[in-house]
Ligand binder design. Structure first.
Ligand code: PAF
Length: 281
């Protein structure tokens, strides 16, 4: 595996790969890799002749009171992990290289952002879209891989790829789960022993909601109310949101129909967990 730090070198490599008709599977990350990232890289390895990942903590997607400075970084560890799943190139640009001057163009994501986690992070997806436009232009992937754990990001990226006609196939990969259903996340270690026992109820509430919908219940409010009741009974954390939308449009529904997402966020003592389920009726 080769580490590439300069944008110029990455651009030259992209041109060579394209000339040789390679298929480029790309996994964008902010580093501090975990099992979720590795599952995306494994999938990229299976489906492409060349696998590129990027590690870049993008300052533009952090709000003024968010943790850009303290965001965990460990490039040596990331390097070792990426090697184990057969990554060919790790693109690791500096913030100064990516944003040498104030940008002359501002990207504003208009749809799919004012719901779920995006509601409380104004400007976050503008920063994500901006960096992805740059990274897609530099790396020119054939296939790009994102995890459905962050289904809102997948929805925003699918809009971005369509709006800007990027010739890229978006591969949305299912959430990796523990045996008891808890979505894998590096943040799960912050759960207390008691909270860890409660946490599988997040996924159980999603499955129960899906079963009720499939069995015929089509009123979103009835479903979310029942989910909240179940969560309140079995978990000590506080519910941030339980919401149902069309997917990937993330628009409100009066009646549940078509492709939908049920998503939730729960705040435990030291960590906030999110999960979702997406299905088509
Ligand atoms: O999901 C992330 O890690 C980031 O939002 C991404 C897609 C790498 C853009 O900075």
């Amino acid at each position: 595996m080769k580490i590439i730090r300069s944008i110029d070198e990455m651009t030259r490599l992209t041109a060579d790969l394209k000339r040789n008709n390679e298929t480029i599977g790309y996994v964008p990350t902010m580093g501090y890799l975990h099992e979720g990232h590795l599952s995306l890289m494994k999938k990229a390895r299976e489906e492409n002749s060349v696998v590129v990942i990027s590690v870049f903590v993008n300052p533009l997607q952090f709000g003024p009171n968010e943790d850009y400075d303290s965001y965990p970084r460990d490039i040596e560890r990331d390097e070792l992990l990426a090697k184990t799943v057969g990554v060919d190139y790790l693109f690791y640009p500096s913030a100064l290289d990516m944003y040498p001057d104030e940008m002359t163009v501002e990207i504003k994501v208009k749809k799919r952002v004012n719901v779920l986690c995006g509601r409380k992070r104004p400007g976050h997806f503008d920063g994500v879209a901006t960096v992805l436009i740059k990274l897609f232009s530099i790396i020119q992937p054939t296939n790009v891989y994102f995890g459905l754990k962050d289904a809102q990001q997948v929805a925003v990226v699918s809009g971005l790829i369509k709006d800007f006609n990027f010739p890229i196939c978006l591969c949305a990969i299912e959430t990796v789960r523990e045996e008891d259903g808890l979505a894998k996340s590096s943040r799960n270690v912050y759960l207390t022993e008691e909270e860890r026992k409660e946490a599988p109820y997040l996924y159980q509430s999603l499955l129960k909601a899906k079963n009720e919908i499939v069995a015929g219940e089509r009123n979103p409010e009835i479903i979310t109310t029942k989910m909240k009741e179940l969560l309140q009974e079995f978990i000590s954390g506080s519910i941030d949101y339980v919401e149902i939308y069309s997917y990937p449009e993330l628009e409100e529904l009066q009646v549940i129909e078509g492709k939908v997402i049920i998503a939730l966020a729960v705040r435990f003592s030291k960590v906030r967990l999110i999960d979702n389920i997406i299905f088509e009726l």
